[in-house]
Design a protein around this ligand. Structure first.
Ligand code: GLU
Length: 272
């Protein structure tokens, strides 16, 4: 289950279509302001991956967090409609920043807002896939989030970890990278057990692997490690490499694509 399998990871180096999921904790400071230094680096690294001829889809959270700050609210609203309103405000601001930063590197961005029910409906799903394909063919960077305005409980993806895994699967991506605020998937919660060991390479894609991942989330984000492990496992079960890594330094994407032993990699069967 755990190995220093540099050779195993060498299969990652030539992936072409990559879904990168970045969470609120990577995009927004604890005080609610956008982490521009981080977002700027992310834009540069993703642009370089595109320059290398790879296709990238960015799944970005942060709408509620950014909206909460823009509206000068003390914390994420407790009501659904309040969070939806915050997301509607924050999504625009996030897209403005992405649009400006990616333009510096010559790339257009496109906003794609999805809901789970459209993913469950074959025709709507196919339309989404067609749009992704057309955008990627045109060299555009699709930036995906849940359509928070209309997504209420029973029709929610729930969190962007799940959403990113679905996007990776419907677009038949080669690699899903889930960037978060810890180095990878630990056997115990590293905030509680400082000696906790991290899984480096996971080849057991059964549900059992999720057992150690307790739920935990930051003040502004939604998912915890459990949702990430679940999302990564499902992607890997469908033949997609999946890596959970620390997004503090977006350059970690270069290391992942060099086959370095960073983060926790879930290895699809075909690569073993
Ligand atoms: N759609 C939510 C937002 O943009 C994020 C959900 C999540 O963090 O998983 O704020």
């Amino acid at each position: 289950m755990k190995s220093n399998a540099k050779n195993l990871r060498s299969g990652i180096t030539d992936v072409r279509r990559i879904v990168v999921k970045v969470g609120t904790s990577s995009l927004v400071h604890k005080n609610g302001k956008m982490n521009l230094k981080r977002i700027e680096k992310l834009a540069r690294v993703v642009s370089e991956l595109k320059n290398q001829g790879r296709e990238v889809i960015l799944v970005s959270s942060g709408a509620i967090g950014v909206g909460t700050e823009a509206l000068k609210l003390p914390e994420k609203p407790s009501t659904v409609s309040g969070r939806q309103a915050a997301a509607a405000v924050g999504q625009v601001q996030l897209m403005q920043v992405y649009s400006r930063l990616f333009a510096e590197y010559g790339y257009n961005v496109a906003q794609i807002l999805l809901t789970r029910d459209t993913m469950d409906a074959a025709e709507a799903r196919q339309n989404a896939v067609n749009t992704f394909t057309a955008l990627l063919d045109m060299g555009v960077l699709p930036v995906v989030n849940e359509n928070d305005t209309i997504a209420v409980d029973e029709i929610k993806f729930g969190d962007n970890d799940n959403l990113s895994s679905i996007v990776a699967r419907i677009t038949k991506a080669d690699l899903l990278v889930i960037l978060t605020d810890i180095d990878g998937y630990y056997k115990d919660n590293p905030n509680v057990c400082p000696d906790a060991e991290m899984y480096h390479t996971v080849t057991d894609l059964s549900e059992a692997i999720e057992a150690a991942a307790g739920g935990a989330g930051s003040k502004l984000g939604t998912g915890g490690m459990l949702t990430k492990v679940h999302a990564a496992r499902l992607a890997a079960s469908e033949g997609i490499w999946a890596v959970i890594a620390n997004g503090q330094e977006p350059e970690v994407l270069y290391k992942i694509l060099d086959g370095e032993d960073v983060g926790t990699a879930f290895v699809p069967e075909k690569a073993r």
